[in-house]
Design a protein around this ligand. Structure first.
Ligand code: GLC
Length: 424
C-alpha cells in the first residue's frame, strides 16, 4: 500500500475514469454504477469541477422515459462481470440493468451547485443545473409513482441490489418465499475476483437471479413489478436517503425559481414525515426495514438505521434511542459504523453488509449527526473513516474490528469520500 493522501485519492479517480464515467473498481465492477457515480462526483469536485458534473450527466443520459434511473449502465461489454447486459435484457440503449439504487444524486447535485456558487463559478453551471433538475425530479416522481404503493413516503425495494446494501440480513426473511427452482445454471464472477467468504451464498445468489428473471419476464414493466414482484421491502436506507434528497431537490427548485415543482416535492416530504414512522421498530427501538408483503419489521439494527438524522427527522425519544445504540455499538468495535449490529449473532467481520464499514454510509451518517448538532458522534464517525483509510488504503469496505480492508482495493467512492469529507 502506498501513501494515503490527496494525490493518491485523485489518482484512483483518474485511473478508474473511463471517459465521462467512473467504474467503482477496475476489476470487480467494470461499468457505471448509480450511487457510486454520485459519490464519485463529490470526489471529483475537489479537483475538477467540470468532470464532477459530467459524471452525473453521463449517469442521467441512461435514464428511461418513465424517469427510472438504472443501477448499472453497461457502457462497454466486459465478460468479467455477471449478470451482464444479456441477462438483464432490458433492450435499452445504452444497455442498463432494470433495477435502481439509492437516490443520492439530488443531494450531490445540490453540493456541486453550492460549491460552484462558493467558487464564484455559478453562472458557468446554471444551465447544466437547469438541464439536470427535471431529470432528478422525474426520478423522484418515479419513486413516488412506482415504489410507494401505500403512500407512506417510504421506498419499496424490489431487489436487494437496489438497496445498495446487497446482502444485508434484512433481506433474508423477505427473500425466503422467492422461488429459485427455475433459475438454471450460471457462473458467478464475483467469487473469482474476491474471496467467497466475503460474498453472498449460492442460495442468496439464486434469489438475486430469480428476481432478475422475474423483472425480465415482465419486460421490465415497473407497474407490474411494483404490484407483483415476489420481493417487496420498504428499505429504511433508501427511504431515509430519498427523504433527504427530496429536501435538497426542493431547495434546488427554489434556487431555480420553480414554484410548482417545489410544491410537488414538498408534498412528498410531508407525506414521508407523516408516514415513515411505519419503519420505526418499538421492540428493538430502532429504524428498520419492513417487508411489505408480510408487514414484518426486520428487527435488524444496521448502519442504515442511523440515517434518520441525515433524513432530517427529529423526534426526541427516537433520536435518544438511536444515540444509545450508537454508543453501545461504539463500545463493541474499534471503528464505526458497522453495517450490522455486532451484538447480532449473524454479525460477520468480512461478509458484505453483515459487518463491514462502508465509507459512503459513514459519510451520510456523519453528515446527519453533524446537522443534528451532535458534534461528538459526528467527529467519531469521520475520525474512524479517516483512520480506516490511512491505515489500510482505499478499500471497498473495512472490518469494524481490526480495520482490515475487504472487497476490492483502489475503490472509487472510498477515495471520493476521502476528498470530499474525511480529509477535512
Ligand atoms: C456492491 C455494493 C453496492 C455498490 C457496488 C459497486 O454491489 O453492495 O452498493 O454500488 O458494489 O460499488
Amino acid at each position: 500500500m502506498g501513501i494515503i493522501d490527496r494525490q493518491a485519492a485523485c489518482d484512483i479517480l483518474r485511473k478508474n475514469d473511463r471517459g465521462g464515467y467512473t467504474v467503482p473498481n477496475g476489476r470487480v465492477y467494470p461499468f457505471q454504477w448509480n450511487w457510486d457515480s454520485a459519490f464519485v462526483a463529490l470526489g471529483f469536485d475537489a479537483f475538477n469541477r467540470n468532470r464532477a458534473w459530467t459524471e452525473i450527466e453521463t449517469l442521467f443520459s441512461a435514464q428511461w422515459d418513465d424517469g427510472f434511473l438504472p443501477h448499472i449502465v453497461f457502457w462497454k461489454e466486459d465478460p468479467g462481470y455477471f449478470p451482464g447486459p444479456a441477462v438483464w435484457a432490458t433492450g435499452k440503449n445504452p444497455v442498463t440493468s432494470g433495477i435502481t439504487q439509492p437516490p443520492v444524486a439530488a443531494t450531490v447535485v445540490r453540493k456541486l451547485w453550492e460549491s460552484a456558487t462558493g467558487a464564484g463559478t455559478a453562472e458557468d453551471y446554471r444551465q447544466r443545473l437547469q438541464i439536470l433538475f427535471p431529470k432528478l425530479l422525474a426520478w423522484h416522481r418515479w419513486f413516488h409513482d412506482y415504489r410507494d404503493p401505500d403512500r407512506r413516503g417510504v421506498v419499496v425495494a424490489t431487489h436487494p441490489w437496489e438497496t445498495g446494501r446487497d446482502n444485508s440480513p434484512e433481506w433474508d426473511a423477505p427473500g425466503e418465499p422467492i422461488d429459485v427452482s427455475n433459475v438454471g445454471d450460471y457462473v458467478r464472477r464475483d467469487t473469482s475476483h474476491l474471496d467467497a467468504k466475503m460474498r453472498p451464498t449460492k442460495l442468496e445468489y439464486d434469489r438475486y437471479l430469480a428476481l432478475v428473471q422475474f423483472g425480465r419476464a415482465t419486460g421490465w414493466d415497473h407497474g407490474r413489478i411494483s404490484a407483483e414482484n415476489p420481493f417487496r421491502v420498504a428499505d429504511v436506507g433508501m427511504s431515509m436517503i430519498l427523504l433527504r434528497a427530496h429536501r435538497d431537490l426542493a431547495w434546488l427548485a427554489d434556487e431555480l425559481g420553480k414554484g410548482a415543482e417545489a410544491a410537488e416535492i414538498r408534498s412528498w416530504i410531508e407525506l414521508a414525515e407523516r408516514g415513515i414512522g411505519w419503519l420505526w421498530n418499538d421492540e428493538v427501538q430502532a429504524w428498520c426495514s419492513r417487508d411489505v408483503l408480510t408487514r414484518r419489521s426486520s428487527n435488524f439494527i444496521t448502519s442504515a438505521s442511523f440515517l434518520s438524522f441525515y433524513a432530517g427527522l427529529q423526534d426526541e425519544r427516537r433520536d435518544d434511542a438511536m444515540r444509545g445504540h450508537f454508543d453501545r455499538i461504539a463500545g463493541m468495535v474499534e471503528y464505526m459504523v458497522p453495517s450490522l449490529d455486532p451484538a447480532d449473532p449473524g454479525f460477520q467481520m468480512v461478509r458484505y453488509w453483515r459487518g463491514p464499514v462502508w465509507a459512503v454510509v459513514n459519510y451520510m451518517i456523519g453528515t446527519g449527526l453533524n446537522e443534528a448538532g451532535d458534534q461528538m458522534r459526528a467527529d467519531k464517525v469521520r475520525g474512524d473513516t479517516l483512520a480506516l483509510m490511512e491505515r489500510n488504503g482505499f478499500y471497498e469496505a473495512y472490518s469494524p474490528i481490526d480495520g482490515s480492508g475487504s472487497g476490492g482495493d483502489d475503490f472509487s467512492w472510498t477515495a471520493a469520500i476521502w476528498l470530499a469529507w474525511a480529509d477535512r
